[in-house]
Ligand binder design. Sequence first.
Ligand code: URA
Length: 408
Amino acid sequence: MIVEIINKKRLGRALTYSELDFFFKGYLNGEVKDYQMSALLMAICIRGMSDDEIFALTKIFIESGDILDFSDIPGIKVDKHSTGGVGDKTTLVIAPIVASLGVPVVKMSGRGLGYTGGTIDKLESIPGFRVDLTEEEVKKQVKDIGLVVTGQTADLAPMDKVIYALRDVTGTVSSIPLIASSIMSKKIASGADKILIDIKVGKGALLKTKKDANKLSQLMIKIGKFYNREVRTIISDMNVPLGHAIGNSLEVLEAIDILRGKEKKSNLVDLCIELASEMVSMGKEISKDEAVKLVKKSIKNLSAYNKFLEMVEEQGGDIKGIKVNKKVQKIKASKYGTIVAIDALEFGKLSVSLGAGRINKEDSIDYGVGIYLEKMVGQKVRKGDVLARIYSDTKFEASFIENIFIIE
Ligand code: URA
């Protein structure tokens, strides 16, 4: 049966729900071995999956763990997910904006692995901030202040976790049907009424082409329909890092700057306004244009910032204690020109090598290290201008970092 199922997929035929259920459950209980699951995943990668297979796999993932229920919290709960990017701190900005406009936000985030950071690590750079709330605490806090950002309170789609770990080491991560079921199963299990997905595309992202991003978008919307959840998607650029900061404390400080209206113009600010407006439009059932106005107002009148402070206080944190590394190295331009590119992937890798991210799950991270980009794509620079500041005790060869900035 196991080999027959692998062969069926290898020949490009659709598997039934019971075949998929047998195979994936069998993997969890040890009947299906790593090499057999790897073979099936590779066959899926090459042959693809029908919509019915994708719905079936999503269901199998969802039902492998807990399913959260926030229906006793009034209002439409909108969740947001990003497929992962370098310098992506949008949750820190948009969750308080959306909550300040009366749309309840319960955001369960993860830790970072590899060159994409995790919201939970960023929040932990705020001394005292608790990310291990219980389900009761989550419910109480969202009822009291309308906003909570924490780690997962339950075991959501545990089968996806196991399969993802195998995909990671068998070259099968980039399958669009597998990405769609993996992400959507966790989002549906986490109890949101509506879901916004930020699909990243570019050098620093999982998906490298707009065509693949569009395919993933359509699939996720279809899965949402199947589960009666409104799903909207945004396809956003991940060729250059998002915003100026990469590294946990630096990213929280940048998010605070945006919420305080101090940083008004960057690709990050634009994306935050875009995402927050979609969430508000979904949560309040109003037009996107109306939502954009509300979002901008909530930043201008500091209600989003105050909501952020309320959350930090409620979860035990103190932003006055956020620390960045004392030693800073300035990277200067060696020639005159215009910055035509900043390689997001290279910067992501650099931030991990500084200690801002993890290579292995169990690695500890240094919250204070990171990179702050002084110059962005499109800006003109003169020889000697500071391109970036590196917060680290390790000294870097300026020429290495300079090569990440393409100046023409
Ligand atoms: N993120 C996920 O959670 N799953 C995938 O398959 C890819 C990105």
